[in-house]
Ligand binder design. Structure first.
Ligand code: AMP
Length: 279
């Protein structure tokens, strides 16, 4: 991949990339479309599919995470992707088990709260794998989804702080008709759980309506209680966190007005779902 990227760069070809964990859905395809537009007609598109073990906690779903490389390859081919980069664990972390893998990239500010608080080693895994992918694919631009809002902010910060010559772009969240954010993990939602999963989007809409109809900023505590109640009304749903924050710095807000950002994580059955939106 590095050799290919070097040759492309020598020819002046623009390289766009979309890092994913596979099990591709329409959300991923929209990022691929964006990357194609940004790379231009002579550009090349690389999609990586890699379920990165270092971003999963010990009690998380690494081993059961849905994988379907054959289908991913077909979808990439249909989308006109030039290279599907799907490395093995041994290729990405050579000698990991003999403890020869010991280098990580750590972002220390934006990754503290929310997903970082609930999943302590998660972002270290994300920044490390994305830094590795940037070094391997050597893209001019990379597209990430606003679905993982905190992740996108951290990657933008990392690219800036570590001088990666990569334009980091963030594309909007694609949703199912009822509002559920598309996610590979939605595959886990069987029977009534699929219906209950809409509670994340309904929470966002309810908070948004409350903030928009209020004449002044609303105390975050009041909105959190609203979300807690709504989530609790679903038989199999459990709120992990809901946070209100300033969209650039990710700093928590005590009072929430228009332009603030909401993010939440909810367990629906065993499945942990996240969502976020500008209010
Ligand atoms: P994943 O395969 O879940 O790690 O996601 C790979 C990339 O696709 C990340 O940048 C995600 O933010 C993005 N993505 C995932 N779901 C969606 C969605 N529903 N809409 C837009 N982008 C998404």
């Amino acid at each position: 991949m590095q050799r290919l990227a070097r040759d492309w760069r020598r020819e002046g070809v623009e390289i766009g990339c979309v890092p994913t964990m596979g099990c591709l859905h329409a959300g991923h395809l929209s990022l691929i479309e964006r990357a194609r537009r940004e790379a231009g007609p002579g550009g090349r598109l690389v999609v990586s599919v890699y379920v990165n073990p270092t971003q999963f906690g010990p009690r998380e779903d690494f081993s059961t995470y849905p994988r379907d490389l054959k289908r991913d390859a077909r979808l990439c081919r249909e989308a006109g992707v030039d290279v599907l980069f799907a490395p093995t664990d041994e290729q990405m972390y050579p000698g990991a088990f003999e403890e020869k893998y010991s280098t990580y990239v750590i972002e220390e500010e934006l990754s503290r709260g929310m997903e970082g608080a609930s999943r302590p080693t998660h972002f270290r895994g994300v920044t490390t794998i994305v830094a590795k992918l940037f070094n391997i694919i050597q893209p001019h631009l990379a597209v990430f989804g606003a679905k993982d809002y905190q992740q996108a902010a951290i990657i933008e910060r990392m690219a800036k702080n570590l001088n990666f010559p990569v334009r980091v772009l963030v594309a909007p969240t694609l949703r199912e008709e009822d509002g559920l954010a598309m996610s590979s993990r939605n595959k886990y939602l069987e029977g009534e759980l699929r219906g209950e999963a809409v509670v994340l989007w309904r929470s966002i809409e309810k908070v948004r309506a409350a903030v928009r109809s209020a004449s002044r900023p609303v105390p975050a505590g009041r909105l959190k209680t609203m979300v807690q109640r709504l989530v609790r009304s679903q038989a199999h749903a459990r709120l992990d966190y809901v946070e209100f924050f300033e969209p650039e710095s990710l700093s928590p807000l005590a009072k929430v007005g228009r332009g603030a950002h909401i993010a939440l994580a909810v367990f629906v059955g065993e499945t942990r779902l996240i969502d976020n939106a500008r209010l």
